[in-house]
Design a protein around this ligand. Structure first.
Ligand code: GLP
Length: 265
């Protein structure tokens, strides 16, 4: 795993947006096939979306040949609900760049047959040649997408029940009222994320320090699903100083040192 530790959330966003743009450009050089990008919602990636929009406006990147697949969506929330992930993506990213609407994919949490919706989503990803880069955030309990603690590390897209921790954490988006937070969601699996050619997980703020510690220093295990990044050949965790608070000094120094000498970027 590569661990990038930046001083602030702004610098995390800048690093990540640059990295994504670079990956899009690299692929453009050798094929006309679209770049397939997996995307998250949540407060952490907001800054990265803003930075991508800025780079797009500065003429540094086009999303016209980018296909996206979002990680997850609540079950039963109308698409036009202000807190649906459909709305989030439209408002915070898609409406501000030159992506083609037909190239954006989100799970339909209102599908009549939810199991079929999940299977079809996996099939659509495969039809597009798999995901080039999956960007994600991490929950306080270490979940990626909605792969709550004890999710199978080889899971694929499916319906999941949210833990009380996640419902409580996400209540802030529903006016603080936990009863308004949907109890189930459709989510890509840990295995779906791991199947991407590159995976970049973002963690900012002290709230995420425990998840970062377990993900980096803890064992590969289903309680902290972010630890699955450890077995990915191209896994990158990008965090700010606050999210690195619980790492051992030796771990912190090791990764800082490695990146100082890294010529791979
Ligand atoms: C939700 C999402 C995750 C996200 C997590 C953290 O549970 N399903 O994809 O990573 O929240 O969100 P935030 O970035 O707001 O802390």
């Amino acid at each position: 795993m590569r661990l990038i530790i930046e001083s602030t959330p702004e610098r995390v966003a800048r690093w990540t947006a640059r990295y994504i743009v670079e990956q899009i450009r690299q692929k453009e050089k050798y094929t006309a096939s679209p770049f397939v990008l997996g995307l998250p919602t949540g407060s952490t990636p907001l800054e990265t979306y803003r930075e991508l929009i800025r780079l797009h406006r500065a003429g540094e990147v086009s999303f016209s040949n980018v296909v996206t697949f979002n990680m997850d969506e609540y079950v039963g929330l109308p698409e036009e609900h202000p807190q649906s992930y459909h709305t989030f993506m439209r408002e915070n990213f898609f409406a501000h760049v030159d992506i083609r609407p037909e190239n954006t994919h989100l799970l339909d949490g209102n599908a009549e047959d939810l199991a079929k919706e999940c299977a079809d989503y996996e099939a659509r990803i495969a039809e597009c040649g798999g995901i080039d880069l999956f960007l994600g955030g991490v929950g306080e309990d270490g979940h990626i997408a909605f792969n709550e603690p004890f999710s199978s590390l080889s899971s694929r897209t499916r319906i999941k029940t949210l833990t009380q921790d996640t419902v409580a954490a996400n209540a802030r988006f529903f006016g603080g009222d936990e009863s308004l937070v949907p109890r189930t969601a459709l989510t890509v699996g840990v295995g779906t994320v791991l199947a991407a050619r590159k995976v970049v997980i973002l963690a900012t703020g002290h709230r995420k320090a425990r998840a970062v510690r377990h993900g980096v220093e803890g064992p590969y295990n289903h309680q902290w699903t972010v630890s699955a990044l450890q077995v990915h050949p191209n896994g990158i965790l990008v965090c700010d100083d606050a999210a690195a608070d619980e790492l051992r000094v030796a771990t912190y120094r090791y990764f800082k040192d490695i990146e100082r000498n890294n010529l791979l970027d």
